[in-house]
Design a binder for this molecule. Structure first.
Ligand code: NAP
Length: 246
């Protein structure tokens, strides 16, 4: 990908960073010299992860942020503004998949709403709260942690590579997240802000009950997109092999 920004002095908020892929994204950015804010809905878990990172020499702190709690989002933005006066990187990583292994015709609409509350509406709420701070950066970057399961091209039709994965709630929530990426990108075009979707691929985390490759490998594309330079992409969907079809 295009040239990367100098990470020195940059501040990143990663949601859902107390474990899994989010924690690995935080580690990856911290290893490059970025100051990382571990976003966590559980304050103790966030503080513990930040403390462990500081012990490795990283510049790390934690902030309580629950995507389903508007007040926590407003408070997190105010805290970041007070401490840093800006935000350079927002990684919208927090996500859930409470319903797995059901056919679309069996899906529970209530669980679908719950999934959207976090993966879509909460992510939009966090983004909108942080955009004013990202505009204060000389090069604000947003990475939406999506999934190949959100791709129409990889999922639609019987011959599509992911056609056997049919969790309507989760898959469509990631498609909606990708739509958000494309719409924000159009708004940001011509400004110093950039937004992209990242597909980590199947990673061994609590979400997948340990199935998949190491989370650090899935995190790498989000770290890369968080630091793309001025010639880097805006409004794209990427994994560690390159562009992912929408
Ligand atoms: P994970 O280990 O279950 O971690 C999810 C993180 O999100 C946790 O920190 C969790 O906090 C947090 N979270 C959930 N709901 C939240 C809310 N309402 N507010 C704030 N934080 C919340 O899952 P993961 O596999 O690392 O997933 C991270 C992202 O990658 C998700 O968006 C997921 O959809 C995406 N993804 C994962 C895979 C994969 O194979 N693992 C593949 C493609 C995409 P708690 O610890 O408090 O629960």
């Amino acid at each position: 990908m295009a040239e990367q920004l100098n990470p020195d002095g940059r501040v990143a908020l990663i949601t859902g960073a107390n474990k899994g892929i989010g924690l690995e994204i935080a580690k990856g950015l911290a290893a490059k010299g970025v100051t990382v804010l571990i976003g966590a809905r559980n304050s103790a878990a966030g503080a513990e992860a930040a403390s462990a990172l500081r012990e490795t020499g990283a510049k790390a702190d934690s902030v309580r942020i629950d995507l389903t709690d508007e007040q926590s989002i407003t408070s997190a933005a105010a805290e970041i503004e007070q401490q840093f006066g800006k935000l350079d990187i927002l990684v919208n990583n927090a996500g859930i998949s409470p319903e797995r292994g059901k056919e679309p015709s069996e899906s529970d609409v209530g669980l679908m709403r719950t999934t959207y509350e976090t993966n879509v509406f909460g992510t939009v709420a966090v983004t909108n709260a942080m955009v004013p701070l990202l505009r204060k950066s000389d090069a604000g970057r947003i990475v939406n942690v999506s999934s190949g399961l959100g791709s129409f091209a990889l999922r639609a039709g019987p011959d599509a590579p992911l056609s056997s994965m049919r969790s309507l709630a989760y898959n469509s929530s990631k498609t909606a997240l990708n739509a958000a990426t494309a719409n924000y990108a159009n708004e940001f075009e011509g400004s110093s802000l950039k937004i992209n979707s990242a597909n980590p691929g199947l990673c061994a985390t609590d979400l997948t009950k340990g199935k998949g490759r190491p989370a650090a490998e899935g995190a790498a594309i989000a770290v890369e997109l968080a630091l793309v330079g001025p010639d880097g992409p805006n409004g794209g969907f990427f994994d560690d092999k390159g562009r992912v079809p929408w």
